[in-house]
Design a protein around this ligand. Structure first.
Ligand code: N01
Length: 542
């Protein structure tokens, strides 16, 4: 290790590296930093490891990626040891899996739990970050890695009266550890994104009455989950190399990737048969494995929307409810497609009511329920499935102050910028693992790549006795031009969603922007790898 990296390691609150967050990226980053011999501290706001899979314990929460494509790929022993029990694992299983990883690598000894970071300030004279905690304590480190997630800052509606409600209320992204009993209860679910859909189909099984407040319907598609038998798991294990290779080749690291044909390359009958196959298939096939022009060609997109609308009409008995559930303001796949298990059939149950909260907006939460512009409702439990301040919300909650005294929030006032989502000019030695404009998709695959990229850069610095790394403004500008270029012509940009940076509940998040990298994961990796291969071209090192 270079002298530059060891000089600070003596004081108890001083580390070589600090990682914020002990979710999937933070845990893997800790493992890699230890390999470099760096004294590392992970600061985690929760009381356990798991990040997304620690906080989101709402009923029905599970993967939408095939389990065996989602787990870590870096450790052959872990792959041998761990058995997935369902094609799309439920949250408790994933939380157990991440705890096993923490145990196996003895990670907890380097993690501070219940440790919420409020600020991080770069000291240019000293070449280190000072990290401030909610309890007033401070830590210092030469390197700061954010592993704070993409969808980790829950947002509540701005309705008045939320505090006055006398029943129980929960946000899906901050679900309590103790089980919530819905049996015999009058339950409201507000929000019908991926979290709402998973919650609704589960709560409908036991609630006396479930009232769903839907402002914008989403296009949902069947998950087709199933148990994995011991024999099947043994067979999957023999294919891990092939599975992870496939994830490296596909556009967003899922097992699915677009069909090479355009929608109208084939006749109507063949097209319908293809869509039927996708609809009957597991996971994201119908979204990510559809005709390759489905998300850029309006007529092609209309074809798929028409097909899925037909399915909704077949599945929902009451034609009026079916029409309420069919999106009219956006085409299929232009927002994140929630995957479901008998979601539409829920609306055939006598205990379930769907309310159009665009036609009759919620005016306020009352002590006994809520009031819309048209009616008053009484509830025992209100579930807020109202989403997250996605992508940059977690960054805004921490005051990162860089080399020139400017905060990241100020720097990003007109939109976030970065070098491959992982580095910022003006913020030396700050590595933002799932920062804005990294490749998302099947996220653990992106996490492993990004962590390895940061680790390789730090190794390069060790080898060459370097203490500082900072993206150059020119490299950031070139990357951002590429980000904008890949977004051109995408129908998703015409729709409000977290993917276009819109959140009605957060000030300043009303305008659609290019909020994420919209190119392919292989193109993303090629760009980042190119930087490394050219000796960290675009990164000022000294
Ligand atoms: O959040 P969302 P989410 N009044 O933003 C409504 C990932 N995820 O937590 O669409 C009334 O999608 C809002 O309405 P509208 C996945 O990437 C993954 O469900 O804005 N309604 C919308 O219906 C997903 O995309 C998995 O009109 C209000 C809902 O709340 C992302 O997380 C599982 C409202 C928010 O939907 C976010 O999903 C779950 C208001 N004031 C989530 N404010 C898996 O992989 C918001 N809404 C399994």
């Amino acid at each position: 290790m270079s002298a530059a990296l060891t000089a600070q390691a003596a004081a108890t609150d001083t580390f070589d590296a600090i990682v914020i967050g002990a979710g999937m990226s933070g845990l893997y980053q800790l493992i890699r930093l230890r390999e470099l011999g760096l004294r590392t501290r992970v600061l985690e706001a929760g009381t356990g490891v798991g990040g997304t899979w620690y906080w989101n314990r709402y009923p029905g929460c599970r993967f939408d990626s095939e389990s065996y494509s989602y787990g870590y790929s870096f450790d052959p022993d872990l792959l041998k040891e761990w058995n997935w029990t369902e094609h799309f694992a439920p949250q408790p299983e994933t939380e157990r899996y991440l705890n096993l990883v923490a145990d196996k690598y003895d990670l907890r000894r380097d993690i501070a739990f219940g440790a919420r970071v409020t600020a991080a300030t770069w000291d240019d004279a000293d070449g280190s970050w000072t990290v401030e905690m909610e309890d007033g304590s401070r830590h210092r480190a030469r390197f700061l890695v954010t592993a704070i997630g993409v969808l980790s800052t829950p947002t509540m509606p701005t309705f008045p009266g939320i505090e006055d409600f006398r029943g129980q209320s929960f946000h899906t992204g901050r679900w309590p550890k103790q089980a919530v009993d819905f049996a015999g209860k009058r339950v409201a679910v507000i929000g019908t994104g991926a979290s709402g859909v998973q919650t609704i189909q589960e709560v409908a099984k036991t609630a006396a009455q479930l009232t769903v407040f839907q402002r914008t319907p989403n296009w949902c598609a069947p998950l087709h989950n199933g148990k994995i038998s011991a024999e099947e798991m043994a067979e999957i294990r023999t294919r891990y190399d092939e599975i992870f290779r496939r994830c490296q080749e596909t556009i967003s690291c899922f097992l699915h990737t677009p069909d090479p044909r355009n929608t109208f390359d084939v006749g109507a009958e063949e097209r319908e048969a293809f869509l039927e196959t996708l609809y009957a298939g597991r996971g994201f096939g119908i979204w990510v494995g559809n005709f390759k022009d489905m998300l850029t060609n309006r007529a092609a997109n209309d074809e798929v929307s028409r097909f899925v609308a037909k399915k909704i009409r077949e599945r929902v008995k009451d034609p009026r409810i079916a029409e309420m559930l069919i999106p009219k303001n956006h085409g299929f796949g232009t927002r994140r497609v929630p995957l479901e298990t008998r979601y539409y059939e829920v609306y055939n149950q006598p205990n379930v009511t769907l309310v159009d909260s665009k036609a009759a907006p919620i005016e306020r939460i009352t002590p006994t329920g809520l009031r819309t512009t048209e009616a008053e409702y009484a509830f025992d439990i209100i579930v807020y499935a109202t989403g997250f301040d996605a992508l940059r919300g977690a960054f805004d909650r921490i005051e990162f102050r860089g080399r020139d005294g400017v905060t990241l929030k100020e720097k990003w006032q007109d939109g976030a910028t970065s070098l491959v989502g992982m580095m910022q000019d003006g913020f030396p030695n700050l590595f933002t693992l799932l920062g804005p404009h990294t490749a998302l998709g099947n996220i653990p695959r992106s996490i492993e790549f990004n962590v390895d990229w940061v680790t390789d850069l730090l190794r390069h610095m060790q080898r060459h006795g370097l203490a500082r790394a900072e993206a150059t403004p020119g490299a950031v500008a070139r990357w951002m031009d590429h980000v904008m270029e890949t977004a051109r012509g995408q129908l998703a940009l015409e729709v409000d969603s977290w993917m276009t940076g819109v959140n009605i509940n957060v000030a300043g998040r009303q305008q659609r922007i290019v909020a994420r990298y919209m190119g392919t994961a292989p193109a993303y990796r090629a760009w980042a790898t190119g930087i490394a291969e050219r000796g960290y071209d675009g990164v000022a090192l000294r």
